[in-house]
Write a protein that binds this ligand. Structure first.
Ligand code: ATP
Length: 271
């Protein structure tokens, strides 16, 4: 179980770039500032500049936090280490902390690089609230993450991005200077952004002339990026089942209604 799959280094991700992230202009701009540093960290350290290590990506599920982190790796051409914090709480005491330690050690060897911690809130909730009297697995893992964040010398080009959709429950210790002190917010997409996201995901999908992405965007308020990606995919599958060579407006409309009726609880707006 020690070699479990909760951490992995991925290749500079099948080159995800900022173009793959539609909308989210503010978040992209803030994250893009780190590209130059990751490409050329020595330029910064030579001037004694201390670049922040910890960036917290906040926003509802499916708004592109993971995608943005991967795009940063892709744009910078650096290794991407991905760890899902929620998996720590299911393993034995000490294992989560040891995985964190190993991953940071590995990342430092591979610097410049990016560590991405998904679902930070699952280990990062305010301490002392559990039954374990301060010794439970979750707390040890959190303490290890804090120790690792404090352990950077300032010259190591490792950027740690963490994602959460519950910034309100995070232990304030995580947000202190030197830890996750840069905060980037991702929002549910507005009309314009929804249209752009639909277009990104329909890039390789043949569409009938009656498909109007602006109209589909107008009919999907509250959909996240992940919901819109799902809609395009479901519409394409419906068209394939119909034996069509292109996706019609009808396929989009049907699937939108099904998503709204069937899995309405998965939509971020209903959280
Ligand atoms: P969670 O909080 O549930 O982990 P997340 O914010 O990390 O969600 P992602 O996993 O990045 O969201 O999004 C899921 C998928 O939805 C992405 O792989 C991407 O295909 C699509 N998506 C989300 N946001 C966008 C966006 N702004 N532009 C294009 N695609 C998007």
């Amino acid at each position: 179980f020690l070699s479990g799959g909760s951490q992995s280094e991925e290749k500079p991700m099948a080159q995800v770039t900022f173009d793959d992230v539609a909308g989210q202009e503010n978040a992209k701009r803030e994250v893009a500032e780190l590209v130059e540093y990751l490409r050329n960290p020595d330029k910064y350290t030579a001037l004694g500049a201390e670049v922040p290590h910890g960036v917290l990506l906040m926003g509802p599920p499916g708004t592109g936090k993971t995608l943005l982190a991967r795009a940063l790796a892709g744009e910078s051409g650096v290794p991407f280490f991905h760890i899902s914090a929620s998996e720590f709480i299911e393993v034995f005491v000490g294992v989560g902390a040891s995985r964190v330690r190993k991953m940071f050690a590995e990342a430092k060897k591979r610097a410049p690089c990016i560590i991405f911690i998904d679902e930070l809130d699952s280990v990062g909730r305010v301490r002392g609230a559990g039954l374990g009297g301060g010794h439970d697995e979750r707390e040890q893992t959190l303490n290890q993450i804090l120790a690792e964040m404090d352990g950077f010398s300032g010259h190591e080009a490792v950027i740690v991005l963490a994602a959460t959709n519950r910034p309100d429950v995070l232990d304030p210790a995580l947000l202190r200077p030197g830890r996750f002190d840069r905060h980037v917010t991702l929002e549910l997409p507005d009309l314009d952004a929804r249209e752009q996201i639909l277009k990104v995901h329909a890039r390789r999908v043949p569409l009938s002339a009656d498909v109007d992405m602006h109209a589909i965007a107008a009919g999907t308020p509250g959909f996240s990026g992940a919901d819109l990606k799902n809609l395009v995919n479901e519409a394409a599958m419906a068209a394939a089942r119909d034996g069509k060579r292109a996706v019609d407006k009808r396929h989009f409309d049907d699937m939108r209604d099904r998503i709204l009726m069937g899995t309405v609880r998965t939509l971020a707006i209903h959280k």
